[in-house]
Design a protein around this ligand. Structure first.
Ligand SMILES: [Zn+2]
Length: 386
């Protein structure tokens, strides 16, 4: 059996844009609350998509309605419940240790699909402290402390032990992690701290002057460390590194890349200079045949330099399938409008630009060459109506 099964009766139904909601005579589904998501499961074989408690009534969201009065078999998905209980109980342990040993208060808590997080009232918490915190949590896990859930009248509650004072009256649900935490809580919990398995912090982020601590526990922690190991193994195989050497090696690689980029830029500038000199020997008003074999940045560099000499530069970059036109602003041709008109007439490419520069992209090199030929022809014939 994958679920925790119970028999009951539908007592009410309603509908909204999310679907059909039903209430039951008796329910074991946990309604979303206190940072813990709703249980999953089925009612009469219909998947339960959400559970919300409104004015004391627990509503279960289904795709199809079930009539009031229908006897139904319901199943709470045990794996989801256990996972939520583990993440939630891990929060009790983290909160208790952070407060009692570090003097840091937990401000909020939430369980997401992949991880859970708490916002803690400090502006400085670093990774060396996290390592110690994880060790402290591990000790509590190994001690396998029992967790007791008790429904107590407010008069029976030991107010001196309560982590947060409560102003509630009547019956209060007290959750006690033996020797560690004593708290009023309506969530679901595991029976002892050993069931948490492993609690692993995955991220620290500064938010609103506090710190958001993201963690995973139980099977989520196993999945997370497996995924991290897979990623790290790829890096180790690629760079021939170990856990001890990888950080230095990655920095080394980054610095080497920055150096190479500088070299490439310097080389590109030299190539551009030489190519520009060769183009200018043609002494034409329109300079074409730029960009066929170069990278896009080099093409742009050459075009800018040619345009700066007062000529109209036409560059067709084959790698980017891009046409670039430019002049120095002293010509009468509004090059953006001119290019757009030529493209509209040809029915290919997309582009436009300003008075002195324009760009267009094409779906194929063939289209790029066709457009380039047309643009050059119009420029040389002086067919520039705007
Ligand atoms: Zn709780």
């Amino acid at each position: 059996m994958t679920g925790w099964e119970f028999e009951t009766m539908v007592t009410a139904k309603s509908q909204d844009e999310r679907g059909h909601w039903i209430a039951l005579e008796e329910t074991h589904f946990y309604a979303e609350g206190g940072g813990q998501p709703a249980d999953a499961g089925t009612i009469a074989d219909e998947a339960v998509h959400d559970v919300q408690q409104i004015d004391g009534v627990v509503w279960h969201l289904l795709e199809r309605p079930i009539e009031v009065g229908t006897a139904v078999t319901a199943q709470v998905d045990v794996a989801t419940r256990r996972d939520h209980s583990i993440q939630h109980t891990a929060q009790h342990v983290l909160t208790a240790i952070l407060e009692d040993r570090y003097g840091i208060e937990t401000l909020s808590f939430g369980i997401g699909t992949d991880d859970a997080s708490i916002e803690i009232g400090t502006h400085a918490f670093d990774w060396s402290q996290i390592e110690q915190l994880e060790q402290d949590v591990a000790t509590v896990i190994y001690e396998n402390r029992p967790i007791h859930i008790r429904q107590l009248d407010v008069s029976e509650v030991d107010q001196t032990k309560l982590r947060k004072p409560t102003d509630r009256t009547g019956m209060i649900r007290i959750v006690e992690v033996e020797g560690l935490d004593y708290n009023a809580c309506g969530g679901t919990h595991v029976a002892s701290t050993g069931q948490l398995g492993f609690v692993h912090v995955t991220a620290l982020k500064k938010v609103r002057g506090n710190v958001r601590l993201t963690y995973v526990a139980g099977r989520r922690a196993i999945r997370e460390t497996q995924s991290a190991r897979t990623a790290l193994r790829t890096v180790h195989q690629t760079l021939s590194t170990t856990n001890e050497t990888v950080a230095a090696r990655v920095l080394e690689e980054r610095n080497a890349r920055i150096e190479r980029e500088k070299e490439v830029k310097a080389l590109e500038a030299r190539v551009a200079k030489a190519k520009v000199a060769a183009f200018l020997q043609e002494d034409n008003y329109v300079i074409t045949h730029i960009g066929k074999t170069e990278g896009e940045t080099l093409t742009t560099m050459i075009i800018e330099r040619i345009a700066a000499t007062g000529r109209i530069a036409v560059g067709a970059n084959h790698t980017a399938q891009k046409l670039i036109l430019m002049h120095d602003g002293t010509h009468d041709i509004a090059i953006g409008k001119f290019l757009k008109r030529a493209l509209d007439d040809l029915g290919i490419g997309r582009g436009g630009g300003s008075h002195k520069q324009a760009q267009a992209r094409f779906e194929s090199v063939l289209d790029l060459e066709k457009a380039t030929a047309e643009v050059v022809k119009r420029l040389q014939e002086g067919v520039v109506s705007c």
